[in-house]
Design a binder for this molecule. Structure first.
Ligand code: ADP
Ligand code: MG
Length: 252
């Protein structure tokens, strides 16, 4: 089976500032990989580059052996990759159900389990599993911050990705919702969705990810399973300037 994601030599600079420096990564189908790194290390830039939201200066992005480098965001979605943003922008006047409906991107490349549901069923399934049925008819503006994060992840899943990339899905979210999010993501992973997740919360990473990669100033400096190997990796500890990566939150 080809790798679900294969990145080679990704480079990106903003002016003289090199933000991605020869980044390479391969993910096997079904993997859940945590993408870590201090603030400003290039995590969001990397997700923007692979999902078509930002042109890269160099490197290749492949999904399932298909070269998707330089494709527009909607073409990347059609190839099977969807993503959320660090700061979700949700059309506030649409109802929660309509926001979810709008995520439709039937593309024939969905994971088998998701594909077995028809479009309306998938919306109802997502509402149910993200615990949003009671607010489905309300405008998205009525949602709490945590519910908006849940809705943004649900909407990305509505695109039936094979690979879901999440940018800090639980930042600013109540611990209870964070816990729910872990359960939901595990369930979709069992249904065949691979996950690449930017996250700072160690408990979240420990409970969800089987493997972590760490960016520091645009370079990948570690690739190991959490938590022990990560916490004792000298390059990772140095990247976080000696701040503890053990006690709850990873320092930013
Ligand atoms: P992270 O998500 O790891 O916190 P980012 O990828 O957002 O980091 O940013 C990496 C670096 O690139 C930061 O120094 C940031 O200021 C810079 N950067 C990101 N986007 C832009 C942009 N559009 N123009 C100029 N600099 C940018
Ligand atoms: Mg970021």
């Amino acid at each position: 089976m080809p790798d679900i994601l294969s990145l080679t030599g990704l480079n990106k600079s903003f002016g003289a500032h090199k933000v991605l420096d020869e980044v390479g990564l391969t993910m096997k189908p079904g993997e859940i990989v945590g993408l870590l790194g201090p603030n400003g290390s290039g995590k969001s830039t990397m997700l923007n580059g692979i999902s078509g939201f930002l042109p890269l200066d160099g490197g290749t992005v492949e999904m399932n052996g298909q070269d998707i480098t330089g494709m527009a965001p909607h073409e990347v979605v059609a190839a099977g990759l969807s993503r959320t943003f660090q700061l979700p922008s949700i059309p506030e006047r649409m109802t929660v159900r309509d926001v979810l409906q709008s995520g439709d991107a039937r593309n024939g490349r969905a994971s088998d389990m998701l594909k077995s549901l028809d479009a309306d069923d998938l919306v109802e399934t997502l509402l149910h599993e993200f615990r949003l049925p009671h607010v489905a008819a309300q405008p998205a503006s009525a949602l709490s911050g945590g519910q908006k994060k849940l809705l943004s992840v649900a909407t990305a899943l509505r695109r039936e990705p094979q690979l879901l990339c999440l940018d800090e899905p639980t930042a600013g979210v109540h611990p209870e919702v964070r816990h729910e999010m872990i359960g939901i993501l595990k369930k979709f992973n069992e249904r065949g969705v691979s996950l690449l997740v930017v996250e700072h919360d160690m408990l979240f990473i420990r409970n969800l990810c089987t493997r972590c990669v760490v960016l520091d100033r645009g370079k990948l400096i570690a690739d190991c399973p959490p938590p022990e190997e990560l916490e004792h990796n000298p390059a990772v500890v140095a990247a976080y300037l000696g701040k503890s990566v053990e006690k709850g939150k990873v320092a930013r």
